[in-house]
Design a protein around this ligand. Structure first.
Ligand code: UT7
Length: 330
């Protein structure tokens, strides 16, 4: 009988653009203040990409670091997956640009669109390709240049977002060695109106009118999203733990999507998980959508927050609405 192939995280990397924008800087752009942003969101600063720095550039830089940490070369890759809602162009995929910039002509490449859940959706997708034996070395990247799609007249959203990229190499591993033990994905399209960039697709094609009506910028019902996020993300952690056949107490670290520290703490309270087991870096990077969990994972690894043999939970929620979670035994 052939042995089961197990998928795991072989290396991680991240990239944040050079320019740091503080809450004080935001005060110059809109009617806001540091105190409101910190108490409502926990965000203190975020990074903005340069005008000539694209999603594929940030993705490539994060990928190079992930490859280095996995001890692989670009030519070792079989597949490149980029999770993003801020593609360089509507087509071709950002993953194809990354393939060229990285120098991995042998790798297949495609994007996934699952908004803030993109990186965790990608864990399921990459895991399935590895466990099926179809591919050996997969590069998964979450990357966003959200500043392109921000409505600078909407103080309720423009203070929240930042740019960046997080990457991981998914490959066959030995049992329990950085192994992806369980994954869960869900979606609820009836909530699609709560968070969207309406223009630029075939429903509202680009036109003078679409630009005048600011249809190409992000619209969000923050209050509703907040309420739903706390409930469904807590439930998703429980679902991933159930699928991994472990208890919540066995989880050493939860790495949630970094949208708002209040959401993260509310998830902890709902689950009975203490704050020291919740990874938070939203204070430094803001909400980077699909890049968020990838960047947080790399930060947690670098900070020595994950030890061999520990169980780590990933969970994310975003536009769609989409929801995803996973348990990895480090
Ligand atoms: O990543 C995908 C998922 N996204 C999320 O998870 C985001 C979820 N939502 C949130 O994080 C929160 O709803 C927000 C941070 C977006 C907003 O916090 P809130 O506590 O729900 O505030 P609110 O929208 O109800 O606004 C409260 C007040 C309003 O003033 P009034 O009507 O009470 O006078 C807003 O006009 O705060 C005002 N406000 C601001 N004031 C200063 C809204 N934005 C700002 C601002 N600065 N930037």
């Amino acid at each position: 009988m052939s042995q089961k192939i197990r998928a795991g995280i072989l290396g991680t990397g991240s990239y944040l653009p050079e320019k740091i924008v503080t809450n004080k800087d935001m005060e110059k752009l809109v009617d806001t203040n540091d105190e409101w942003i910190v108490t409502r969101t926990g965000i203190r600063e975020r990074h903005f990409a340069a005008d000539d720095e694209f999603t594929s550039d940030m993705a490539t830089k994060a990928a190079q670091k992930a490859l280095e940490s996995a001890g692989l070369k670009p030519t070792d890759l079989d597949l490149i997956i980029v999770a993003t809602i801020t593609t360089d162009m509507p087509t071709p995929s950002t993953a194809c640009f990354v393939q060229t910039k990285l120098g991995a002509p042998q790798a297949a490449a495609f994007d996934i669109s699952a908004a803030c859940s993109g990186f965790v959706y990608g864990l399921t997708i990459a895991r399935a390709f590895i466990e099926s034996g179809l591919y050996k070395n997969i590069l998964l990247i979450g990357a966003e240049k959200l500043t392109t799609f921000i409505d600078w007249k909407d103080r309720g959203t423009c203070v929240l977002f930042g740019d960046g990229a997080g990457a991981a190499i998914i490959a066959p591993v030995a049992e329990g060695k950085h192994e992806i033990i369980s994954t869960y994905m869900a979606a609820n399209g009836t909530e699609a109106d709560l968070l969207k960039i309406p223009g630029g697709g075939c429903r509202f094609p680009s036109s003078l009118e679409s630009v005048e009506n600011r249809l190409h910028t992000l619209k969000m019902d923050g209050k509703q999203i907040f309420k739903i996020a706390v409930k469904v993300m807590s439930d998703a952690v429980l679902e991933a733990a159930k699928r991994a056949n472990i208890s919540l107490e066995q989880i050493s670290l939860v790495i949630p999507h970094q949208a708002n520290d209040r959401i993260i703490q509310a998830i902890g309270e709902r689950l009975g998980v203490s704050p020291d087991k919740l990874f938070v870096n939203v204070d430094k990077i803001g909400n980077t959508s699909a890049a968020s969990v990838g960047i947080a994972l790399d930060d947690a690894v670098k900070a020595g927050k994950i030890k061999d043999g520990q169980y780590v939970a990933f969970v994310a929620f975003g536009a769609g609405t989409t929801l995803a979670s996973s348990i990895v035994k480090w």
